[in-house]
Ligand binder design. Sequence first.
Ligand SMILES: Cc1ncc(COP(=O)(O)O)c(C=O)c1O
Length: 434
Amino acid sequence: MSNIKEVKNGHLYFDGCDTVELAKEFGTPIYVYSKTDIVARIDELKECFVAPYPKNRIAYAAKAFCCMGIYKLCENEGISMDVVSGGELFTAMKAKIDPEKLEFNGNNKLPSELAAAIDYGVGRIIVDGEQELDLIEKICEEQEKTTDILIRITPCVEVDTHDYIVTGRKDSKFGLNIDPDVIFPYIKRAIDSKYVRFHGFHYHLGSQLFDNKPMLDAVDVALELMKECRERFGFAPGELNIGGGVGVTYTDEVRMPFSYFYTPILEKIAAWCEKEDYEMPAIICEPGRALVAEAGIQLYTVGMTKNIPGIRRYAAIDGGMSDNIRPALYGSVYGGVVANRVDEPADEIVTICGKCCEGDSDMIIKGGKFASPRSGDIIAVFSTGAYGYSMANNYNRNPIPGVVIVEKGEAEWLIKPQSYEHMTALDLLPEMLK
Ligand SMILES: Cc1ncc(COP(=O)(O)O)c(C=O)c1O
């Protein structure tokens, strides 16, 4: 177990809190985040990414887990945030985040979303499509404002991960392809625009990556583009956003330290700048999963159990694919424990299934090793901090569970649980149905 997970008196403790007590006090199902772990991950990243090059920025990809509190935590820790929708932007505005700290990504930002971003004054808009620049200029003209942009490119570097989370190849809905007849006229327009200040490029290769090679290859592509820009237009872009993607441990994957990815990248860029007599650009990274996945666990209560001799043993929990869709979406594999009996041998193969009206897709852990879960036991599922709450849904009208943040034995609500009233608040009974 990691240093935020401990076993005391047979119970799982998480960042100093007894998870069985948390389940009692806050109810289940519930998401729990360790503040200590998130801050430690940010510190680790700052040390290798910002300390050696203070111009660099870290922008937490809020899609991994978005709420007012996590934005505040990022701001308190001195890092920026990447938002991808009007909703994520609104959440940041509501949390009164300094707009300069926000970078706005997305392949089809709506006119209303761009208008809100420009009005709020976000730090960077990552321009993603061929028509987006027109739209931004039109909005800037209407608002009599200017804005700062990066251009998202597809560096065409292959990565080894689930197909659904690969984004940097040419056949992608994201970014502009770097064919000279596409990219250079676009850059020229951005440089000449009176409404935007063009700072450089952005790319994101994919998620849950463990090999730094594709990341290093992508840097080569971007640096060539920056050099070509300087040669063609006499303008040397001063920023490069290299996206997120650093992989985490769900079960037995070995998480590589941030320095494994970023130190060679930064050294490579510095050496290239020296050779090409190019001023070191500000480098931005956008990790989501790597900052919050392992900092989160979910707690559930076991209800029904079922043993089909010779086939499978099931333990059904009070949540499921509505609060963690990743097993259904990507075949993601999780591990967990019986939190109220962690000291007992985990010697039974059990499938932890949900309560949703789906079969195999509503299984949170297929065939994991547990200490024979019984009705009333608390199951803790590990590494659920990224793309869990943020992808939660109301399938079967199951309310989205609440989120608690813990630190050194203290616990507080971060997001309250949805109630049935919340879920039905927008339902109407129109005249024609009365
Ligand atoms: C543009 C962009 N940046 C950052 C991220 C965060 O990726 P990860 O959570 O793998 O770090 C994503 C994920 O989809 C992304 O699309």
